[in-house]
Write a protein that binds this ligand. Sequence first.
Ligand code: HEC
Ligand code: HEC
Length: 428
Amino acid sequence: MKLRLLLAIAALLPCAATGPWASAAGNSTWTATERAVLATLHIGGLPPPPADPSNAVEARPEAAALGKRLFFDTRLSANGQVACASCHAPERGFQDGRPLGQGLATGSRRTMQVMAPAHASWFFWDGRKDSLWSQALGPLEDGAEHGANRMQLVQLLARAYRPDYEALFGPLPGLDGLPAAASPLGAAAEREAWARLSAAQQESVNRAFANLGKAIAAYERRLSPGESRLDRYIAAVIGGRPQDEAALSPQEVRGLRLFIGKAQCVSCHSGPLLTDQHFHNTGVPPRLPLEPDRGREPAVARVKADPFNCLGPFSDAPPGAPDACQELRFIADTDPHMLGAFKTPSLRNVAERAPYMHAGQLATLEQVVAHYVTAPDAAVGHSELARPGQHRTERRPIALDAAEAADLAALLRSLSGPLCEASEGHRC
Ligand code: HEC
Ligand code: HEC
């Protein structure tokens, strides 16, 4: 939104294209307006992640250290073989390179990267979770991922992590006489065992389970991207150092011009993380034989009903504070644009993680660019790439010839950089 406003204002400036900043130096000439847009993409503009008031321990180094151990621990699964890091592998940019997540079984969506995750308000492709800690609880009890149950996980905390856990969160619940497996989700036997617990027992297990998520979130919060060749190029352009503009090849510079210009990529892939963190239907075809994925639309009711949301009993956000949980409080219940809409992924390190899209439908960056040019109708809902109105065949004018498409794909290969674990309040 802010960017569109900036562009609209800049378009009104009569000298925007010929201002004093339009230099002919180096292998490129950028107008003042274009420089302003380029500056918004530089990694240096990424602020420290905003605070999440629903997680009181997120900034504590001891919580991040505990969370890191949990993230890599395969005992947090039904078969002792699946950790968060099995799918979010650090050596692969916290991703797995598969079209669909593969844990105890094959899931129906592609593994997302975990990169500067605390900058988002909503998590998963459909945003069905409203905090990083609550997100972490999902895969743990998902039958296709870790397939664990919360009673088993709390018993593991008691057995293997008690001192570190209790130093952060206070005493673990007494577990004597409780079943080995119980959860309100999962297999029938686990649900029955859960139903036999008293309300107080359920509450204390839920609280320890939520705290496990809060420690993992404290770790993930620190994962932060470093400089890519794009950033070095932008710094050279903005800093007036033409000799450093060689960070991008002439072809990549042409791709960048398309990215912020007529290809309109920057209208959604904006800011230092190259995402607006919002949901859009871009008509990505379903992965057959899976049913078309309804995306964000059904997720709204799910996040509102989730006992582990920001307004729930396990959130640390002060209940009366008017500025806490704003996103959840003001979520739009019915927005027709959310049918078939998915979260815009960051494009940082995108070349390292084919295949692409929410179910790995597109194998290469060339295919992704071709998708934006053909802009097919959506299988469910309406693609934003198609022009609104009754003429459904009329497209937004993203007309790229073969050479331009290759330039854009080349640019997408210049966005890779290191991923590091930053200390609280910093980035790489
Ligand atoms: C079996 C593979 C697998 C495992 C194991 C797994 N994930 Fe994921 N992760 C995925 C998939 C697939 C998605 C997207 C799912 C969806 O949108 O429905 C995802 C999404 C995420 C996201 C959302 C990122 C965003 O930008 O919204 C985060 C964060 C995350 N996982 C962290 C974790 C943590 C923490 C664990 C361990 C507790 C974990 N994952 C275990 C596959 C996995
Ligand atoms: C209307 C918003 C919007 C516009 C405009 C847009 N994108 Fe996207 N982009 C998205 C969304 C949403 C996804 C995820 C879609 C899905 O998985 O179904 C995505 C996915 C991608 C991916 C795959 C990333 C991954 O990890 O899977 C790439 C690459 C990409 N876009 C590049 C571009 C390029 C290049 C342009 C300009 C031609 C562009 N996008 C324009 C919203 C947009």
